[in-house]
Structure formats: C-alpha cells, structure tokens
Design a protein around this ligand. Sequence first.
Ligand code: GTR
Length: 334
Amino acid sequence: MINIGRRKLIAGAAATGGMLALGGCKPRLSNLLTSADTHVRDYPTVQAVERFGKLLEERTGGRLGLKIYSGGQLGNERDTLEITTFGGLDFNRVNLAPLNSIEPTTRVPSLPFLFESTEHMRTSLDSEIGDEILATLERHGLIGLCFYDSGARSFYNTRGPITSPEDMRGLKLRVPGSDLYVAMVKALGADAVPMPLDEVYQSLSQGVIDGAENNWPSFDIGRHYEVARYYSLTRHLLAPEAFVMSKISWDKLSAEDQAVVRQSAKDSVPYLRTLWDAQVEKSMKVIEDAGVEVNEVDPAPFAEMMTDMWADFIDTAEQQDLVDRILAMRKGTS
Ligand code: GTR
C-alpha cells in the first residue's frame, strides 16, 4: 500500500507531468514526463535514465522532458510499477523481480545460473531475444524500452562466510517479492523473507533477517555491509533491470515521438554499462576497505541445487524457446 504522503507526491507529480494537458479533444501528454527509481540520484540506473531524459529533450527540441523521482520517494518497485501501469507515472526503472509475477517471460533472464557471464547476458539481451521479452510487457500495460545491467547477485549475511550450500541452512535471507527468488533461496535450504529493498538495512540491524543477496553497488550504497560483514561470491544471478513506459502515456505520443523514446532509451544503455562497470569497481573498494570478509565460492553445488527449480517457473513454450536460445548463445566461458 502507498501511504498518504506518497499519494500526495504522486498527485503532484501527475499534475506537473504525465497527465492530460487541457485543450483539444485528443488527450496529449504535458511536456514534463515522470519516472521513478528506488535508487539514489547518483546510482548508475538513475544516471542512465537522466541521460535518456536529456536525449529526449534534445531530440524533441524541448517539447518533452523528464523528471525523475529517485531514492524510492514514490514507494517501492511493486507500488510504482502499478502506478505506471495506470498512467500515474510515465516511466519506471525496476528490477525484473516485480515483473516476474506479472509476465512469465521475465522469469527467463531471472533464472539462477542461466547466463554464464556478463558478456553472455549482454549479447543475449541485445539480440532479438531481449526485444521479444520487452515486447511481452505490452499485454500488461507497459512498453518495455530497454534492459540495464545489474551485475551479479551474491549472498551477504551477519553470521559467517558461506562456502557451500550447507552454510545456508536455516539462515533467514531477504529476497525481493518474487516467487522465483523465494524458491531459489528455499532450494538452498535457507528461509526466504520477501521484503522491499528499503527495509533491509533496519531488518539486518535488528536481526529480523540474517542476510540478503544483491550486487556490489546495492550492497554498498544501501550500506548493508555495515551490518552484514560477510559477502560470499555465489554470483547466482545476472538478471538485468528493465526500463519501461506506461502504455497509457505511450499511446498519447505521436509515432515520431514514440520512435524518439525508443531510440533514446536504447542509446542510454552503453552509457549505463560504462557507469555500471565503474560503480562496481568503486563499490568493491568501499566494501573491501570497510573490512568486510569477501570470499570466493565454488558455484557448482549452488548451480546444481538452484537449476532444478527452473522447471517450476518455465511452463510455457514461449519461455522454453527463450531459454533454449539463450543457452545456445553460451560459449562455455564460465
Ligand atoms: C537492486 C536493483 C533494484 C532492486 C533491488 C532489490 O540490485 O537495482 O531495482 O530490485 O536490487 O533487491 O530489491
């Protein structure tokens, strides 16, 4: 549920952009469009969307611009996604997890140990496979514009280093609200606790959870490392993020502006990747300098236990075809 303060903010956001402008009988967008992100202003995904906004402004001669509500100020990803679907927000940058229950094809790139490397993830999603997955969002009121990198997710916790799945038994681990993530953690014998990202720091501090899993930048920027002093590099997920537009807003754009939106989103991807790679380096240093115990992990036993659950989440021919094509693009580099 979104609280009253947030509702007011959303109403304000809608009034300045994203809603119908007066005049004429055909609804049209006002020129200041809105977007949400759970991350803070200087996080790579927010910076990439900001770049997208600049391109949009330049390429429409200032007819369209963008205001980003960063730092989760409009609510968690599940809530803001719903708002986007209803047209209260024009754009949103989210992890794939909140889309997993909405659209089955988004479970494909969220499968643990599917991608063997960042390069494999990038080439798969840069191909028509990525476009096909993005296109499936339209049936849910969203226009999938592009994927952004999200690095590798690994487990961190307050108890001790994880070197094998046995070390995970009984640990209470936070996951994003997605059945796939819950199953993934359960497959390793740990207890999964679905919870929004902004509750993780406090829950770790209060011992409500023992740990969580995420990439270097989120572990760093959320300051979770201050409490969870063990980061074990399982790299079980290379799932990307998605940048989406509300279909309601999309339908109000001319075909020409729709093309500009699509192209500008695609053009923000290389920028994101450069920022992302630099941020990972920076976050690794922060975490290592803070004295967090970081350990390498043999992924094989984790992969064995976590890939068994693929079958529970891949139950349509469309999903299976995507999985097969992504697997066919492996080079055997892992
Ligand atoms: C981050 C991702 C966020 C959010 C978060 C989470 O890596 O960038 O969009 O999904 O993970 O774990 O909730």
